[in-house]
Structure formats: C-alpha cells, structure tokens
Design a binder for this molecule. Structure first.
Ligand code: AIR
Length: 348
C-alpha cells in the first residue's frame, strides 16, 4: 500500500475520475469542495465539505494530505498559494495566475512564438470601437468562465451600443473561420519528462463539447505542430501533471491555440478505455512522483459522446454493446446543458 495521501480541490466528475485512478494506484484521496453534493465524494476516501476560504477546514485538509492538486482552475489563487506554503500544490499555483487570465494566457502563448486567434484587451466600448477589425468577434470575460459562460458574440459595433456595462475586463477575439477543433493532452513529470497523446478531434455545440474522437482527421504537419507547441507550453510553464491545449484550425489550415486547461480534460475521457494509461492515471503518477507509463493506444479508433442535461435519463435505461462504456457522473440535479455523463465507443 502506498503511503501517499493526495488532496484534491473540487468534487465534480473530473475529481471522481481522478479518485478512481488514484484508487487503482493505492493512493488515498481526500477531496475538499464547497459543493455538498459533489459526485467525487462517492469515490474519495474522505470528503471535506467547506468553503475554500474557511481557514479551519483548509488547515484540517492540509494536515491530512501529502500533496495537493485541483480539478477545476477557478480556485482563488491566494488559497492555492497558502496551501502550497505547507503542502506542495501541483501544478504550481503560479501557472493558474496565467491560465485564469485570458490576457496573460494569450500573451504567454504569443511570446513563445505560438499563434492564437487575433485578440485585444477590452475595458470599454471605446476599446471595442478601436478594435473594429476584430469584428465579428467574441467578447469573453478576461477571468472566470468555462463552457461558454461569460461570452458574448459581437457581430458589429451596434451590438455594443445597447447600454452595455463594462463592469469587468474582457478580451475580444476575432471569430475564426473554423475548419476543425482539436486538443492535445500531455502529462509532464517532475523530472521534466513528457508523455503525450495524439491530437483528439472535438465538436462543440453551443460552446459545450459534444463529441471527441481519435484519431483526429488532420494532416501530419498539424499533428506535429500541435504536439510540439503543447510540449513547449508545458515546458515553459514548468508544468507538473496532466495539461490540455485546445486548438482551432482555420480554413487556411493555421493552427491557433484557443485555451490552455491546467488539468485533465473532457476531451480526454476516452483515454480511460482507449489507452493503457488514462489522462487521470498520468496526472496522479506525475503529481505523486510515481513511475511514468508512456500512453499506448489499445484500439483502432475511439469516440466519446458527452451526455448533457436530460439526455442522461434515456442513457440510464439503455443496454450497451461490447466496446461501449457508459459513465454516469451521479450528479443529483439534472440541469439544461449540464455535463451528466459520457459514452465512449471503441473500435478494435
Ligand atoms: N470541470 C472543470 N472545468 C471544466 C469542467 N467541465 C468539471 C469539474 C467540475 C465540474 O466540471 O469536474 O467540478 C463542475 O460541473 P457542474 O456540472 O457542477 O458545473
């Protein structure tokens, strides 16, 4: 039995799948979350329900764990830093400072010589007017927001005139003439070694991931560039753990970084069934400093379908064929567009 106790901040489906991977490796898990109903509590060895700024509960959590990770990135930075003073937080909290902030994230990526969408930092309607060349575009809150939360489509300057309140900072991104979306998932270990999965092809509906599949149908140059850029980003962040880079491919076949996720990723759920080592196991191995297992595919192709909102009800009564793997996240409340589960289909 391993002596390591891993603390996980957050209790959603990503936390559940991290706990399951940890169990396989005999790593004990303690999940802390401000969601009393978070599904990861069904898979962790211990669950602490607490606000993230509750000093006493956080102290209790720190005392019980050896190393800490997180399963969503919008955790207040000062809390991660405070925990990191006593027990190592991996990936390092400073990385979150960059990836929680679209302006810093895009600047970081561009400074590495890697392309993103064209963008500008926006604080007022005047800033939008000055950047009219980026329209039609998408105005995104500079911090916080995932799955399309905090995003607004601007087709022309007229869209901004309607008593828009600039109560927070935004970035404006020029809309991409999209051909495809792919993601690259890698795990970087404490000695700097990187294990990496081939690109995954993704389809979004209403800004929420709907399908992922491997192999991605893209040319070799795109595959190679996507893998190299993701590795470069991980290295320059001095990243430890599993990390994801989401890319757009436009009609000219330009590869543009959309976003960096400092965590395991929805598009990587198919790695649970399609590979000898999943993105979750890779993450646990990296943050707990265990042996590296290079990922190897164990099927010809794989597809993952996200199950959103009420769709879960019909899946719960379905029977599945060989090669189909249904995951019910066990969320108590069904909400429109909420990620409730997924189905992975393997072809041998
Ligand atoms: N998550 C984190 N970042 C993006 C996503 N999708 C996962 C995490 C988090 C959960 O979604 O596992 O805890 C939150 O899901 P919900 O449905 O409660 O919003």
């Amino acid at each position: 039995m391993s002596e390591i106790t891993l603390g996980i901040i957050g209790s959603g489906q990503l936390g559940s799948m991290l706990c399951q991977a940890a169990k396989k490796l005999n790593i004990k898990t303690i999940v802390i979350s401000d969601d009393a109903q978070g599904p990861a509590q069904n898979f962790s060895d211990q669950f602490i329900f607490s606000k993230y700024d509750d000093q006493i509960m956080i102290k209790d959590f720190i005392n019980k764990v050896d190393v800490v990770t997180f399963e969503f990135e919008n955790i207040p930075l000062d809390i991660l830093k405070k925990i990191d003073k006593e027990k190592k937080v991996l990936p390092k909290p400073d990385i979150n400072k960059i990836v929680q902030n679209r302006k810093l994230e895009k600047t970081f990526v561009n400074d590495l010589g890697i392309k993103t969408t064209e963008w500008a930092f926006i604080r007022s309607a005047e800033d939008v007017s000055k950047n009219e060349k980026l329209l039609p575009g998408i105005l995104k809150t500079n911090t916080l927001g995932y799955d399309g939360h905090g995003q607004f489509v601007l087709n022309s300057l007229d869209d901004i005139k309607k008593d828009w309140c600039f109560t927070t900072d935004y970035i404006l991104e020029k809309k991409v003439n999209l051909k495809k979306e792919i993601s690259v998932i890698l795990t970087r270990f404490q000695n700097g070694t990187i294990s990496i999965y081939s690109p995954i092809e993704n389809v979004h509906e209403n800004q929420i991931l709907k399908h992922s599949k491997i192999p991605a149908e893209v040319n070799d140059k795109i595959i190679n560039d996507a893998l190299q850029s993701a590795k470069k980003i991980a290295k320059h962040l001095d990243y430890v753990g599993t990390m994801t880079v989401e890319y757009f491919i436009n009609q000219n076949n330009d590869l543009l970084v959309n976003e960096i996720a400092p965590r395991v990723h929805n598009s990587g759920h198919l790695t649970i069934n399609a590979f000898n080592v999943s993105q979750f196991e890779g993450h646990i191995r990296a943050v707990c400093d265990l042996k590296i297992i290079p990922p190897g595919i164990i099927c010809k192709s794989a597809e993952m379908i996200n199950i959103l909102g009420k769709e879960i009800e019909e899946y719960r009564s379905k029977t599945f064929r060989e090669g189909e793997f249904f995951f019910d996240y066990g969320k108590k409340k069904i909400k429109d567009k909420r990620k409730m589960g997924h189905l992975t289909i393997l072809k041998k």
